[in-house]
Each structure stands twice: as C-alpha cells, then as structure tokens.
Design a protein around this ligand. Structure first.
Ligand SMILES: NC(=O)c1ccc[n+]([C@@H]2O[C@H](COP(=O)([O-])OP(=O)(O)OC[C@H]3O[C@@H](n4cnc5c(N)ncnc54)[C@H](O)[C@@H]3O)[C@@H](O)[C@H]2O)c1
Length: 456
C-alpha cells in the first residue's frame, strides 16, 4: 500500500493529487484557517482511495470547544462575561424559562440595556409536559428567518433548568444544522448536569428524552445565586446527581457532601440564611464549600461526559443510579432525584452482592442519601419483571454490547457490570430490601413522589 501523506497545511481543498494510476492513497486534509468561520468548531480528516477508481473511505475528526465557568452574579451590571460574549454582535437572542423570566427578567433586560446590546427574548414555559417536538418547533420559528434570523455563528443565550436546556439545546442543534449556544443553568440539575451536557433532546411519543442530538453549549455559566429562589425539593433532586459523581469518581466530593450536604440543602447552596443563624465568616466559608462542591461535580461529570461526546463508550460513571430507574421512576411516579438515589442505593447493594463493594461503603452511600432526605428504597424494586424489563431497555439503549451498569467499587471509584443475570438481580433485591427494612421510614425520603409536589 502506498501512503501518500501530504503535509496537513499544504492542502486547502484540492483533491487532484490522488492519482488514478497509483494504488491506494491516503490524503490528510486540513482546511485553511483563512476560511474558518466558527470559533468553537473545527475539524480535519482524511480520504483514502483504494486505487482502483471505484471506492474510497473518508474519516473525519470534529473538534469542539466547550467551556464551563463558575460566575458570581451573571446579570449584575459589573459582571463582564455576557457583555463580552455579545458586544461584538450588538445583540443577544435569548430563550428564557418562564418562571426564571418572572424572577430575573428585569435584571436580564437591565444588564443588556446597560451594555447597549439589543436583547430579543422568547419566554418559554418549560414544564416536563412541554418537552415535546412542538416546543422545539416553536423555538426554531423564533430562531429562524421569520423570527430573529440567527446566524449559524451567533450564540443563542439559554437561561433555565434542565427541561429548557434539553429542548433549546436541540433547537440550536437543528437551526442551520448547528448553532452555538451559551447556557445559564438556573437549577442545580441544569448547573451541574443537564446544562453542560452534550445530550440535547425532547420526549418522543413513547420514551422520555428519546429524540435528540449531541450538541453541548459552547459556554456554560454556573451562578449558584439562582438557587435562592428554587424550591427545596429541586435542590434535593440536584444533590442526587452530585452524589452519583462523588460515589463513582470523587472521594473528596463525597466527604464534602457528608460534612456539609445537609447545610447546603438547607441554605440552598449558601444563598439563604441558615436556621441555626450564622455569622459572616461562617457564611463565607459555606459559600466557598458550595462553590467547591459545584466545581468538583461539574469537573467530574464533564471529564467523563464531555470527552465521550457521542456516548460511544459505555464506561460512563454518571450513569450510576440510571440503569433501572428509567423503568421504575415513571411506574412509581417518583421524583427524578429520588429515583436516582434509589437506583444508586440498590446498585450499591448489588455491588456488595457481587463482592465489588464493602458493606460499610454501601452503608455510607445510603447514609449520605438519607442525610439529604433522599429515598433509598421503594417497594417498586420488588417487581422483578419490571426490573428485568428495565435492564432489557437499557441494554438496547446502551448499544446491545451489554448492560454496562456502573456500580461502585469503593467510595470514589466504580466498574461496569456487563450483565446482571436474573438470579443475581433477585438476590440483590432481597438483600437491599432487608438492609432498608431497619432504616428510619424504611428508607423513604422527603417529597419523593410527583404528587407530593403537585406535579402529577
Ligand atoms: N441532558 C442531560 O444530560 C440531562 C441530565 C439530567 C437531567 N436532564 C433533564 O432535565 C430535566 C430536569 O431538569 P430540572 O431539574 O432543572 O427541572 P426543570 O427544568 O423542570 O426546572 C424545575 C422547575 O424550577 C423552575 N426554575 C428554574 N430555575 C429556577 C430558579 N432559579 N428559581 C425558581 N424556579 C426555577 C422551572 O421553571 C421549573 O418549574 C428533566 O427533563 C431531565 O430529563 C437532562
């Protein structure tokens, strides 16, 4: 095989150097920066001709830049971050969650008015029931020719929770086939998980989150001051996603959550006064801990999710607690964070059953969930058929190569179970039930069902 490797920068789109008379040829192809239009996306590739003038193979690498930043007071006039991102264009096209617009819309308008940047806003109700293709179409109309006519290189500003980040991220991915967006996550889930995530989506007719594409924000801004106005139930839900990263990837984060999680919950990440009353120094210390917890959870999540952009590898620790729960969460009408916590606690019992985890570490995981009033048990787990069906669905979703269930092997580490045979699953269910039967309230948490929060 003749490899005609050309210097990457020597080509700017000219394929004539493939000679039909030669046998196989591989040409590295790099486009000139002179023609580059996006500051976030780039790519290169190669084309390999078989040499018989009948076939060739193209392989291409797509590179994207996705930055994540903790910021303080993102809509405060003195904060330059958004002004710097939009001043060059003189306008900002924004999609904002309806509740967030009611609470922070004025601050957002004042910010851009002060910086002399025109603001065009679509306020969008973003309940779970609004996570539909119709909503995506409405957003596309706003971004499109008859709306704001957003260029493919103009970053859209998205401000809201996980529902909005999923649907607005998908609309941006579809608009001009890929339009960048800047995400300001206003819930804990959006700040540390859904917001920076590349997995944009809408619910399909049969499954939650079943239609979507991989398109992360070009920039994610995390400002925990938004958590002040969140319902405590939503703070608790977000904490389950922090525990999943702590358990599988970051033992320091786990210890921070053990020591400070309850106070972070109570004070909405140091944005409300503590019941115990506290002085300025201890408030500042808690604020620093809150930032460290958020940073660690984000870093750990994006280290795995951000570098595995198309989910082509299933060594994904952030799927801990998410193997069986997608099946039992809707069946038992559980809040998402509680379903994840039950999934994590059950996964820990399974890991003990398999000899992967010491029971003392399983007990620590359960104790941490309980300290934050997250559930670790629901009788729905005893429905073995439903659990087996959940495994089957998940195996399909994860690519048919196995179940690849992340399970803890200690505090801060995990491995992936390729398969969980029915007898093992059943034994783990029994042992988890026994373990939880002695816990206060049989392992049930606070506001664990959708109807507890009137969300049914
Ligand atoms: N793409 C991903 O990787 C990924 C990861 C995790 C979750 N998700 C998705 O995220 C969604 C859940 O996200 P969520 O928990 O952020 O819920 P959410 O977006 O429904 O927000 C919860 C509620 O809080 C309101 N709200 C938002 N910010 C607020 C604020 N600062 N103050 C007061 N109220 C505020 C919202 O209007 C909403 O009523 C689910 O649909 C889930 O599938 C996606």
């Amino acid at each position: 095989m003749v490899q005609a490797k050309l210097h990457p920068t020597s080509l700017t789109g000219n394929l004539q150097s493939i000679s039909p008379s030669e046998s196989e040829q591989v040409i590295q192809f790099k486009h000139s920066d002179k023609y580059r239009t996006s500051e976030w996306y780039s790519g290169h590739g190669q084309i390999a001709a078989s040499g018989d003038n009948r076939s060739f193979e193209v392989s291409a690498t797509y590179t994207l830049k996705a930055e994540v930043k903790l910021v303080e007071g993102v809509f405060e006039i003195a904060n330059p971050t958004l002004a710097q991102a939009y001043c060059r264009r003189g306008r900002c096209v924004a999609i904002v969650d309806q509740t967030v617009a009611q609470l922070y819309g004025e601050a957002l308008s004042n910010y851009f008015a002060h910086h002399n940047i025109a603001l065009e806003v679509l306020t969008c109700r973003a309940w779970e029931s609004d996570k539909t293709p119709d909503t995506v179409h409405r957003l596309l109309k706003f971004l499109g020719k008859d709306g704001c006519d957003v260029s493919r290189n103009e970053p859209v500003l998205v401000v809201g929770g996980g529902v909005l980040s999923d649907v607005a991220g998908l609309a941006c991915a579809l608009h001009h086939r890929r339009t960048p967006y800047i995400m300001v996550g206003t819930t804990v889930v959006a700040a540390i998980d859904a917001g920076p995530s590349p997995r944009t989506c809408t619910n399909g007719t049969q499954f939650k989150n079943s239609l979507g594409v991989y398109h992360p924000p070009a920039l994610t801004l995390v400002d925990r001051n938004f958590f002040r106005t969140l319902e405590t139930g939503h703070i608790r839900n977000g904490m389950a996603e922090i525990i999943k990263m702590a358990t599988t990837d970051d033992p320091v984060l786990f210890e921070l959550m053990e020591q400070h999680g309850a106070r972070l919950l109570q004070t909405h990440f140091a944005t409300l006064d503590s019941d115990e009353g506290s002085d300025k120094d201890s408030n500042e210390a808690l604020a620093q801990i809150a930032d460290e917890v958020i940073y660690r959870a984000l870093f750990s999540y994006m280290k795995h999710e951000g570098t595995n952009m198309f989910e082509t590898y299933q060594d994904r620790p952030h799927a801990y607690g998410h193997t069986w729960s997608p099946r039992f969460e809707p069946a038992a009408k559980l809040m998402h964070g509680h379903a994840v916590a039950i999934g994590m606690a059950f996964g820990a019992s399974l890991a003990v059953e398999m000899g992967w985890l010491k029971s003392a570490d399983r007990d620590r995981i359960i104790a941490l969930c309980q300290a934050l009033e997250l559930s670790v048990y629901d009788p729905i787990l005893e429905d073995v058929d439903l659990m087996l069906e959940g495994q089957k669905n998940m195996r399909r979703k994860r690519g048919d190569g196995g179940l690849w269930a992340p399970l803890p092997t200690g505090i801060g580490s995990c491995d992936y179970a390729q398969e969980v045979p029915p007898e093992l699953l059943q034994a783990a269910i029994i042992s988890h039930q026994q373990c939880c039967s002695t816990l206060p309230n049989q392992g049930r948490g606070k506001e664990m069902y959708l109807h507890d929060l009137g969300l049914e």
